[in-house]
Design a protein around this ligand. Structure first.
Ligand code: 2NL
Length: 340
């Protein structure tokens, strides 16, 4: 019986498809069974000898076998394709999180990062960013700032004096003196940079550190303007509203002078180790520019006034990144630097 034979061939072929262990083996089965000279094709030849009603039934069986085998073949082929793809994915994957070959990319020093962020902020508020020499004259570092010759900052203990009377600047104020001389009023400027003091070095004292001073000179500048700018600045630095208070503070170049404190960001007021149980952290000396300082740099204090402030960039970086030893900043230790 032809239909029975077709069924037998189909079952045998199905088993061979299942058993095929490679794409090549599978293809060989396909040629044997479904090919032009394959076993199914042989059946068609035998159809001529059949009676018409038998032929119809046999044809139906043959088509069914062909369809079943073709889809079995396709299914097996898909399994091989998936297997091959999985093998490639396993063999050829690359870890994109690995460092690229070649020299390792560097990173900016943490103080530089804080400095650049503040430069962007002040630029957006209309301040010019000024630079100046690290070797200064006694006049620009002290006299022009109303710092009298008897002031302790002038002592050998505090200042690196150079032979010939110049010195390593002890603050970036002389950059602002030069700014006032050159720009004239009205003006808004900041002076970020490296400063030097003859300190006994320990975990919280360095001979070399970074400051950012700023100043605005215009008509009718008051403590209210100063407070507005300081609060804007501090919210940007700490990325949230901060509560501030002003205490009187003495600096020869401002009058009145203040210490600006912020409410402790760790405990929020009640007191903790960071704020030494006071609830406040001293952050920014500031004040209205002393009339003598304006006058010495060619600005008429009867017409113009200004506020000025100082900010320790190194100290700010320590607060931001939780660094507890100031000596790390100038150490050049790559294990430290690579963390930023
Ligand atoms: C500091 C810095 C302050 C200033 C710095 C300043 C500069 C000029 C005129 C007036 Cl040219 N003021 N700078 C003002 C207030 C505070 O602090 O190192 N304090 C310990």
């Amino acid at each position: 019986m032809l239909e029975e034979q077709i069924k037998q061939v189909q079952i045998a072929a199905q088993a061979r498809i299942e058993d095929a262990r490679s794409m090549e083996a599978l293809e060989a089965v396909r040629v044997d069974v479904l090919g032009r000279k394959g076993s199914l094709a042989q059946f068609s030849k035998a159809f001529g000898k059949l009676a018409p009603e038998e032929r119809a039934a046999a044809g139906k069986a043959l088509n069914a076998a062909k369809e079943a085998l073709e889809s079995a073949f396709e299914e097996r082929k898909r399994a091989f394709d998936t297997e091959a793809l999985n093998a490639r994915l396993k063999a050829e994957w690359i870890d994109l999180s690995l460092p690229a070959p070649g020299p390792r990319p560097g990173s900016l020093h943490p103080v530089t990062q804080v400095q650049m962020e503040l430069e962007d902020l002040f630029t957006s508020l209309g301040f010019a960013v000024l630079d100046g020499p690290e070797v200064e004259t006694e006049y620009h570092n002290f006299d022009a700032l109303n710092i009298p010759a008897t002031h302790p900052a002038r002592d050998m203990q505090d200042t690196f004096w150079l032979t010939g009377g110049n010195l390593l600047r002890t603050h970036t104020s002389p950059v602002q003196v030069r700014g006032m001389e050159r720009l004239g009023p009205p003006l808004r400027m900041i002076a970020p940079g490296r400063v030097f003091r003859n300190e006994e070095v320990d975990a919280s004292h360095e001979h070399t550190f970074y400051q950012l001073e700023g100043m605005m000179v215009d008509r009718n500048v008051s403590v209210a303007h100063m407070l507005y700018f300081m609060k804007t600045l501090l919210s940007a630095i700490f990325r949230r509203e901060v509560t501030v208070r002003l205490r009187p503070g003495y600096f020869p170049f401002v009058e009145p002078g203040f210490e600006l404190d912020i409410q402790c960001l760790i405990c929020g007021g009640p007191g903790c180790a960071v704020c030494k149980q006071s609830g406040w952290v001293e952050l920014m000396p500031c004040g209205l520019v002393h009339p003598n300082v304006l006058r010495m740099s060619g600005i008429d204090p009867d017409e113009w006034g200004g506020f000025a402030f100082g900010l320790g960039l190194t100290r700010l970086a320590m607060m931001r990144y939780g660094i507890d030893d100031i000596r790390l900043f100038e150490s050049g230790d790559l294990r430290f630097l690579r963390q930023f």
